[in-house]
Design a protein. Structure first.
Length: 151
C-alpha cells in the first residue's frame, strides 16, 4: 500500500489525538471533512489504522510498577507455543510479548500495582505454561514511552 504525504499528515494528527473531529483534522491537514473521512476510512479498511483507543495513566490507576520479564524455555514445539500464546493473552497485566533472537526466548512487558501483584502474575503464568527460566527487571524511571510511529 502506498502512503502519500496527506495520509502521513492524517496519521500524524490521529496518533497525537484521535479525538479530533473530522472538521478539526480537515482544517489542520488542509482537506475537506469528506476527503478526511474517505482517507481515514481507507486507512482503516487497509489495516493501517488498527483501532482508536484512550491512553490511560497507569500511575493514577494504581498500576505503579512496570516489569520486563525475560523468559527462557526448553520447549520449542508448536503445541507449547500455542499454550504460551493462550496463557499470555489471558493475563490482562501483560501489555506486550515479544519472541526474541539470541539466548533470550521471550520478553514480556507488564504493568502491575506492586511486587505482590507481580508475584501473582508470575505464579499465574508459570501455572499455565512450562518455563525453564523467568527473570524480571523493574522500571525505576520511564524516560520515553510513546505510541507514535515515525512517519
Amino acid at each position: 500500500m502506498k502512503i502519500d504525504d496527506l495520509d502521513k499528515r492524517l496519521l500524524t494528527l490521529l496518533q497525537a489525538d484521535c479525538s479530533l473531529s473530522l472538521d478539526e483534522i480537515g482544517e489542520k491537514a488542509g482537506l475537506s471533512r469528506n476527503a478526511c473521512w474517505r482517507r481515514i476510512r481507507a486507512l482503516e479498511d487497509q489495516g493501517v489504522i488498527k483501532g482508536r483507543i484512550a491512553l490511560l495513566d497507569a500511575q493514577k490507576l494504581g498500576l505503579t510498577l512496570t516489569v520486563f520479564m525475560l523468559i527462557r524455555t526448553q520447549e520449542h514445539s508448536q503445541n507449547w507455543l500455542e499454550q504460551f500464546r493462550i496463557a499470555v493473552r489471558a493475563l490482562p497485566q501483560i501489555q506486550g510479548v515479544y519472541r526474541m533472537t539470541g539466548d533470550l526466548d521471550y520478553l514480556i512487558r507488564a504493568q502491575v500495582a506492586d511486587m505482590a501483584d507481580y508475584d501473582r502474575l508470575y505464579q499465574s503464568l508459570i501455572g499455565r505454561v512450562a518455563l525453564s527460566d523467568v527473570s524480571a527487571s523493574f522500571v525505576m524511571e520511564e524516560i520515553k514511552d510513546t505510541h507514535i510511529l515515525p512517519l
